[in-house]
Design a protein around this ligand. Structure first.
Ligand code: ACO
Length: 705
């Protein structure tokens, strides 16, 4: 049983810290951590713990945690793995609130049992564990550096949470070199107890944190993480770098941290749904976080590109299309604003091209015009090195423009391209906390990220559209399969379940004799489809167990015999219940709708172009459940084949509403019936508006018991 969690503030703003394993040896991790705590200017009580006692770095060493006189907010455990449990026990007895377990040697090397034992004990005693297998934590608010990093962390407004230790330690130096100020840096390691979601709950309230960067390899309790992220991104931007995208990368990540990297498609979709920005590389992640932590909220979408180089202007235009940045295209307005500052041979059409002949005065004038105009909401300022523009004047020009128009609160991205002197300018401006990019795509990517983020933030959240289904009746259908020790439903069970979910399927009956097959076909009406029903044959077509478009009594009789013959040849000992005779569904647009319980993120839904080539086309999109109608529509619009639903080449649009309903109902079923792990309707045939959609085949899998 867990006792209530302590206030997360005490992790980031501890009033007292004990270092268990504080070493006398300056080369050891336990010594470096103590050194960093002291040199970071920490004002609270510090208790080095070492059975040898004595003094380390001028601090009196206690021989046991029990000697600590007062309250203990944070313990940092730096002893070999086999001593950690006893140390955690002693910390819990001292009523410590948080414990950073630096030590390695747990689930990342297969020692999961010991890790679970430590966490269970801590939770029972009201203490939370960060780690194990971490480099520690830095907090600018405290301030305190409880890491064995190189020190010298530059305080600022970007919070970093990292699952990789070595990468995180290296980020300490890299962020300082890149002039990225840090509000907090947390290593989460094996995430045996506290994870990203718990930490973000603090960071969203921390006034020092303006943006949050996460490096993730694998997700634990993804459903909770998404729920927290959805709330947090309404207040602060969150950028995620997820490794393990490729198959090989995922395998490396799995062995690295002891947690499985989930499917990248699902991860990407749920992060987008939660309003999180995804960065492909560390550089992109740094760029986005730094820019988002410094820049103003855009007041509208009208962006202009000001450039002294035509080519770079075109590159920026391409980048705007890629990153969803919209360019102001009111030609008359642009002429009014930029006509007076643009040479006759230049262009006032966006990009505003001052040409290579532009002097620093002309460039400054055009920037001022852009920043002063109410019609313009964001500026992309590009500079190519020329003989006409003294490169030494670039830093003062950008710095003064930046300062003069700070009150205008317009997002501006600068990009400068040229030789060594331009790089020197970029470095000098970085020191002044002004981001200038040497690559135009990087600059525009930041503006695109800003717009994506504010679009999400200003779109009001809608409550989920959940359909109340008869969960008891669904469980009743599942019980039949369970009694048979099956983890999938047979055709007639799947049909009953789909009826309860509310997605119509064609009329069908199971025939156990040739005469029954004919009778069912006559009742249903020709043409009909026939399919083998066997618990041992899941892939019916592969076993020759399907016959389509049967139009006469004779065709039904022949098909019945052929299906049984084929099935017996394909799977000799298959237990055959009979042959299903169904109404032949008329042709329409074949879609796929699925729902499953994802190991990382809990229930998710999938939508895409269906049919037999679904694996090849992979034209699918995902969302986490619960979700609302608007999100379902967005999810549908994401697939490449979406125009087919809207109707192409004179076709009538399809009944989109009935597809939305099918998705919402399947999503509700996976949430409300816990026994079901997978529902896959393929194809869901969509007809013209008003004519609905029909589930032709439904595969339903159950959880193992
Ligand atoms: N209580 C207090 N102090 C103790 C105890 C105890 N129960 N037991 C031992 N100590 C003292 C020791 O006497 C020693 O002090 P001394 O040097 O003054 O004699 C000190 O604690 C350290 O103990 P050692 O046995 O010397 O352990 P060592 O420092 O070699 O290693 C460590 C401990 C660092 C925790 C190691 O076991 C470990 O796990 N290393 C990996 C850490 C790591 O990389 N974590 C992931 C970071 S992320 C990344 O990938 C970078």
């Amino acid at each position: 049983m867990s006792t209530p969690s302590p206030d997360i503030r005490r992790l980031f703003e501890p009033r007292s810290i004990a270092v268990v394993g504080a070493s006398h040896d300056p080369e050891k991790i336990g010594h470096k951590i103590l050194q960093n705590i002291i040199s970071s200017g920490y004002k609270g009580a510090i208790y080095p713990i070492n059975p040898k006692g004595g003094e380390i770095l001028g601090q009196h060493v206690l021989t046991a945690l029990a000697e600590i006189p007062g309250e203990l907010d944070l313990v940092c455990t730096v002893v070999p793995a086999h001593y950690v449990f006893d140390s955690v026990k002693a910390a819990a007895q001292q009523q410590a609130k948080f414990n950073l377990v630096i030590s390695s040697g747990f689930s990342e090397v297969g020692n999961s049992e010991e890790e679970r034992r430590i966490v269970a004990y801590a939770r029972e005693h009201g203490m939370r564990i960060l780690g194990p297998n971490i480099f520690g934590l830095y907090s600018a608010t405290a301030p305190v550096d409880v890491t064995f990093g190189p020190g010298g962390i530059l305080p600022g407004h970007v919070a970093i949470i990292t699952q990789s230790g070595a990468l995180g330690l290296a980020m300490i130096g890299k962020t300082a070199a890149e002039n990225i100020g840090i509000s907090a840096m947390v290593s989460v390691g094996n995430k045996a107890d506290l994870n990203e979601a718990d930490l973000i709950e603090y960071l969203v309230e921390d006034p020092n944190t303006h943006s949050i960067l996460m490096y993730i390899e694998g997700v634990r309790d993804g459903a909770h993480m998404v729920e927290v992220l959805k709330r947090v991104t309404r207040r602060k931007p969150v950028v995620v770098i997820k490794s393990g995208r490729s198959r090989r990368g995922a395998a490396a990540a799995a062995s690295h941290t002891g947690s499985l990297a989930g499917s990248d498609d699902v991860f990407a979709a749920v992060m987008r749904q939660a309003g999180v920005l995804r960065a492909e590389s560390i550089k992109e992640g740094f760029n986005l976080c730094r820019f988002l932590s410094r820049t103003s909220v855009p007041q509208g979408g009208n962006t202009v590109i000001v450039t002294n180089g035509g080519g770079i202007g075109v590159l920026a235009t391409d980048a705007c299309e890629k990153y969803g940045v919209s360019l102001l295209d009111d030609v008359q307005r642009l002429q009014e604003i930029f006509g007076p500052v643009t040479p006759d041979f230049g262009s006032t059409k966006n990009p505003i091209d001052l040409t290579g002949g532009a002097t620093e005065t002309a460039y400054e004038g055009a920037l001022a015009a852009a920043l002063e105009s109410d019609a313009i909401h964001a500026v992309i300022a590009l500079y190519c090195e020329t003989a006409m523009f003294d490169a030494d004047k670039l830093t003062p020009l950008i710095a003064s423009t930046h300062a003069r128009y700070a009150a205008a609160k317009k997002p501006v991205v600068f990009s400068a391209f040229g030789g060594g002197s331009i790089d020197d300018n970029i470095g000098r401006l970085a020191e002044k906390k002004i981001s200038v990019f040497d690559d135009v795509y990087e600059a525009v990517a930041c503006l695109g990220g800003l717009y994506r983020y504010y679009h999400h933030r200003t779109t009001p959240p809608l409550p989920p559209d959940e359909v109340a289904l008869d969960a008891a009746a669904m469980e009743e259908v599942v019980r039949g399969a369970r009694a048979d020790r099956r983890t999938f439903l047979l055709a007639d069970e799947a049909q009953r379940l789909m009826g309860l979910i509310g997605v119509p399927m064609p009329q069908s009956r199971v025939a156990r004799t040739l005469e029954e097959a004919v009778a069912h076909a006559e009742q249903i009406g020709y043409p009909v489809v026939m399919k083998i029903v066997s618990r041992d044959i899941l892939h019916k077509s592969d076993a020759g167990g399907v016959a389509l478009d049967l139009e006469t009594r004779d065709e039904v009789m022949d098909a019945y015999q052929a299906i049984l013959r084929n099935a017996r040849a394909a799977v000799p000992n298959a237990r055959v219940t009979g042959v299903e005779v169904s109404e032949m569904v008329r042709r329409g647009l074949e879609l796929i709708v699925g729902a499953r319980r994802d190991a990382g993120f809990g229930p998710i839904v999938m939508f895409g172009l269906g049919g037999i080539y679904v694996e090849v086309m992979k034209d699918i999109s995902f969302r986490s459940v619960p979700l609302n109608r608007a999100e379902v529509l967005n999810m549908m619009a994401e697939i490449r084949a979406y125009p087919l639903l809207r109707g192409v080449r004179g076709e009538d649009p399809k009944d989109i509403e009935s597809v939305v309903n099918a998705i919402l109902r399947v999503a509700s079923a996976i949430r409300q019936c816990e026994s079901i792990t997978d529902i896959e309707i393929n194809p869901l045939v969509a007809y013209e508006e008003g004519q609905g959609a029909r589930a032709v085949d439904a595969r339903i899998l159950l959880a193992k018991v």
